[in-house]
Design a protein around this ligand. Structure first.
Ligand code: ADP
Ligand code: ADP
Length: 231
């Protein structure tokens, strides 16, 4: 009953001899935050990009709800999986409302529904819609912009969130606030989340379960953050 299952996945990038990941097997349960932690270059981002099919594996299989992802329509995947990266890159010439409703707009919801969803998402991001919906990204602080990035990934209410060092570029005090806010949000939303970080403290704080990656594959899966301390 894994929500996401990686079965002996390998990814060898074109023109490289050493795989970025290999023999990578991992289960992510519904409603949990599974943290992938490990040093830079060990294949964390690659793993996320494999799950949402930005890239294709060169070996092994990936399943969502026991369905081979290679058989799922890419548009449907985009609706089911939200993706947050460190530098979210809001579109500078679009308003905050347009930015935050990127996925609903892509999915061509009708105008009223998009506007209502944009306001909901602004609330989630802690921004008053009256004040912020028609403003532009450059008027946001770093913390606010990253909140918009997280809310944008929730645009079409996906079942799964892939989060690649989402708070990595934020100052430590704001980062701690965003972590806490996100954990509160997750307590309600109960998304299935794969959360990537190279920061062990963040892993312990955010993870229901933690998988430690060495070079290229999982070296240890832990049921709870507490057990990482004994490792
Ligand atoms: P992490 O997210 O853990 O820092 P990555 O998944 O970004 O690691 O990278 C894993 C390995 O794959 C690294 O050796 C990196 O250089 C390599 N890599 C990542 N993206 C590409 C790419 N597009 N082409 C070739 N090699 C890549
Ligand atoms: P946050 O905790 O949301 O990241 P900050 O402490 O960085 O907030 O910023 C405090 C306030 O200053 C924010 O509510 C934001 O409205 C405002 N602010 C920060 N940077 C800018 C900016 N470049 N333009 C306009 N307002 C800004």
């Amino acid at each position: 009953e894994a929500k996401i299952r990686l079965d002996r996945v390998e990814k060898k990038y074109h023109g490289t001899s050493v795989p970025a990941v290999e023999e990578l097997s991992l289960d992510v349960h519904e409603g949990e935050i599974l943290v992938l932690v490990g040093p830079s270059g060990c294949g964390k981002s690659t793993t996320l990009r494999l799950i949402n099919r930005m890239i294709e594996p060169t070996g092994g299989k990936i399943y969502l709800d026991d369905e081979d992802v290679t058989t799922v329509d890419p548009d449907k995947l985009r609706r089911r999986i939200g993706y947050v990266i460190q530098q979210i890159g809001l579109f500078p010439h679009q308003t905050i409302a347009q930015n935050i409703a990127t996925v609903p707009r892509m999915l061509k919801w009708d105008k009223a529904r998009i506007a209502a969803r944009a306001d909901e998402l602004l609330h989630l991001a802690g921004l008053d819609p009256e004040i912020y919906r028609d403003r532009y990204p450059k008027e946001l602080s770093g913390g606010q912009a990253q909140r918009v990035g997280v809310a944008r990934a929730l645009g079409a209410d996906p079942e799964i969130m892939l989060m690649d060092e989402p708070f990595g570029a934020i100052d430590p005090i704001t980062r701690e606030r965003l972590q806490n806010e996100f954990l509160r949000l997750q307590a309600e939303l109960k998304k299935t989340i794969v959360f990537v970080t190279h920061d062990i403290d963040e892993a312990i704080k955010m993870g229901d379960r933690i998988a430690i990656l060495g070079e290229r594959s999982v070296i240890r899966q832990l049921d709870t953050p507490e057990r990482i301390l004994a490792f």
